[in-house]
Design a protein around this ligand. Structure first.
Ligand code: NDP
Length: 281
């Protein structure tokens, strides 16, 4: 049976380290504030936003909350972002996605000052990541790297397959693995012989958004399997992209859903908020 990589324990360790740093910053008179903007009433977004605010509270940073109505116009949202960009006391700005369909997400992401882009979605942050310059790294993939490192799993030289090529998970994930000297393959919906490709992975990262798609016939025996997916199964129960019960007996380590990658995303957002002090200087 595989070792279970416990994202709750690892994320708590990171939050405790951050809490200490925040205390030290406070002693120097530096107080960090994250502005969280939510547009509309998507129930999943409301849960994510609540967890992020709870995380801020835990490590001792302030959170400013903006809950805007579904009908908010794009110009109104952009005006709020502009105001927050200019505020000295705001270190990070987070706009919870998805946004209502009348608002263009790319325009909104690009309106955020890259120095406050704690989600790491701004093109400048993504570009900096690609050429290993300082900048914010997208939280979920950064969390996966921490899960691997803090579980003592070596990345260098390993055959890593990232299943999914989204801008917020798959692509930055592959760049981060490359930065750790892995040999990286990115697979997606047009990949041919998918099982053959994923079956080569020493480390398989699943970010497809398809409930329990990854069964043991996609996985090499002894591989490490990281499940980024957050889905609902046929009984409306939370599940990942990996069929945990089928895969766990043949791999060496695996993340559960919930309790794997999910808590790491919040921890890395908080990490980015603390990091924003250094990027500003
Ligand atoms: P997207 O829908 O943006 O991307 C999914 C990717 O999977 C695409 O690249 C798509 O390929 C590929 N794909 C879809 N179906 C298949 C298939 N049958 N075979 C091969 N590839 C396929 O999703 P996200 O990256 O935003 O999210 C992925 C999952 O991770 C979701 O379950 C989401 O909820 C979860 N998530 C979890 C987070 C966390 O904190 N744990 C944070 C963010 C996301 P193509 O590009 O060709 O269409």
């Amino acid at each position: 049976m595989a070792a279970i990589i416990d994202g709750k324990v690892i994320s708590l360790a990171i939050k405790d380290e951050l809490k200490k740093k925040v205390e030290e910053l406070k002693e120097k008179g530096i107080q960090i504030h994250l502005a969280v903007i939510q547009v509309g009433e998507n129930p999943a977004s409301a849960v994510y936003v609540r967890n992020k605010k709870k995380g801020c509270e835990y490590i001792g940073i302030g959170s400013l909350s903006y809950e805007l109505s579904e009908e908010t116009k794009q110009e109104e949202l952009l005006a709020l972002i502009q105001e927050l960009n200019e505020r000295e006391d705001v270190n990070g700005i987070l706009v919870q996605l998805p946004l209502p369909s009348h608002i263009d997400e790319d325009t909104v992401i690009q309106a955020i000052d890259p120095k406050k882009d704690v989600d790491g979605f701004h093109p400048q942050s993504v570009g900096a990541l690609c050429i290993s310059q300082p900048g914010f790294v997208s939280c979920t993939p950064a969390g996966v790297i921490q899960l691997l490192k803090r579980s003592g799993i070596e990345i260098e030289g390993k055959e890593c397959v990232v299943l999914g090529r989204s801008n917020i998970v798959g692509k930055p994930m592959s760049i981060l693995l490359l930065r750790e000297n892995a040999t990286v393959t990115i697979a997606h919906s047009r990949t041919k012989n998918l099982k053959e490709v994923t079956g080569r992975a020493d480390i398989l990262i699943a970010a497809v958004g398809r409930p329990k798609m990854i069964t043991r016939d996609y996985v090499k025996e002894g591989a490490v399997v990281i499940d980024v997916g957050i889905n609902r199964d046929e009984n409306n129960k939370l599940c990942g992209d990996v069929d945990f019960d089928d895969v766990a007996p043949i791999c060496s380590a695996i993340t559960p859903v919930p309790g794997g990658v999910g808590p790491m995303t919040v921890a890395m957002l908080l990490y980015n908020c603390v990091e924003s002090i250094g990027l500003r200087a």
